[in-house]
Design a protein around this ligand. Structure first.
Ligand code: FMN
Length: 341
């Protein structure tokens, strides 16, 4: 049997590269796809536990996951430790995830303005409380995902990481930017190395890994246990299978696209799946040099069959040939029987 690369408490992880959680991107269909391609484990989009506790029907789509995604964790986001623990306990009862992750990195002003996400990093007591209470409420391990700090004058990643580990976190992921940087500037990787050397738990490095050479460099420069890839994975999910985008055959791109659009169409109600798929297909086809009008046309299709026909035409024009080595063509759509949210 292959040896685990690292583990989250007693959960062995067989791989070192995984999809970063991304609101509006890392939904269940995309997570299943990236997991099949080799992403080591999965984390949900953030679950706002304030909203969950107030709404009778939280969007089911945000909570749904497939067994094939395991090890799977819900990522929770809130500025209230008690509420986070209560909702965590309920989510555990309902869905039995393998672990929970606490979001200490979201930089959206509507989130930070109420003290949640990256703003938690300014409140160590809240962080300690959240890990302690959630840890008491659920029987599975906790992990945390954070940034460098609030801004350049407040780079407290080390203190935050040590605090969460002291409260029982079994893995820490660090995005090498401050809250103030949002997604701009350049991610700094030295702090990832510092945490790797300082912490007794696995450290995941994150930020600006755009290709396999970057991934290798991040491992070499920091010694981190694993890396999370966000934006680049949206354009090249094949990176989890060890392929840079320019190594992916045309037929492979279209086989995945066809599988994904069917999955998304079945997963979301009405036209929502097709609309949500547009950002993926735009990113997948970006390197193909299609005329602008063609992309515009593609973005306007509102029916699955029409979209599949158009994809077939474009593939033929681009000279796609052969079958996918990942077997998308023969794979059952796991979302066909899902209740639509
Ligand atoms: C559209 C978008 C949504 C994101 N949503 C989340 C989220 O829900 N939870 C989270 O921890 N990070 C979220 N992030 C941050 C990513 O997980 C990651 O830390 C960041 O994009 C840096 O990695 P990258 O340079 O590989 O993209 C999001 C990023 C993007 C671009």
């Amino acid at each position: 049997m292959t040896e685990a690369a690292f583990s989250i408490a007693d959960i062995p992880i067989y791989g070192r590269i995984l999809l970063a959680p991304m609101d509006g991107i890392s939904d269940a269909p995309f997570r299943c796809i990236t997991r099949r391609l080799g992403s080591a484990y999965t984390v949900s989009e953030f679950i706002n536990t304030h909203d969950f506790s107030k709404l009778r029907h939280y969007q089911i789509a945000r909570l749904a996951f497939q067994e094939t995604e395991r090890p799977f964790g819900f990522q929770l986001l809130d500025n209230d430790a008690g509420r986070m623990a209560e909702v965590g306990a309920r989510l555990y009862e309902l869905f039995k995830p393998d672990f929970f992750d606490i979001n200490m990195g979201c930089c959206a002003p509507r989130v930070t303005s109420r003290g949640a996400g990256a703003c938690m990093m300014r409140n160590l007591d809240l962080i300690r409380d959240s890990f302690r209470r959630l840890g008491q409420a659920v029987p599975v391990p906790l992990t945390g995902k954070m940034r460098l700090g609030w801004d350049e004058t407040d780079l407290n990643y080390r203190a935050v990481a040590e605090a969460v580990v002291a409260e029982g976190a079994r893995l820490v992921a660090l995005h090498g930017r401050t809250n103030k940087m949002k997604y701009g500037g350049k991610a700094r990787w030295e702090p990832i190395r510092e945490l790797k050397q300082a912490l007794p738990v696995p450290v995941i490095g994150n930020g600006d890994v755009n290709n396999l050479a970057d991934a290798r460099r991040l491992f070499e420069e920091t010694g981190c246990d694993g890396i999370m890839i966000g934006r680049a994975a949206m354009a090249n999910p094949w990176i989890f299978a060890g392929l840079d985008r320019d190594e992916v055959p045309i037929a492979e791109v279209f086989a995945l696209a066809r599988y994904q659009v069917r999955a998304m169409h079945a997963f979301y109600p009405g036209e929502k799946g097709l609309v949500a798929f547009r950002k993926f297909i735009k990113a997948y086809l970006a390197p193909c040099g299609l005329p602008y009008e063609k992309i515009v046309q593609l973005m306007k299709v509102t029916e699955l069959e029409g979209l599949l026909e158009m994809l077939a035409d474009i593939e033929a024009e681009l000279g796609g040939q052969g079958q996918s080595r990942f077997g998308w063509e023969g794979l059952a759509n796991p979302f066909e029987k899902e209740q639509k949210a």
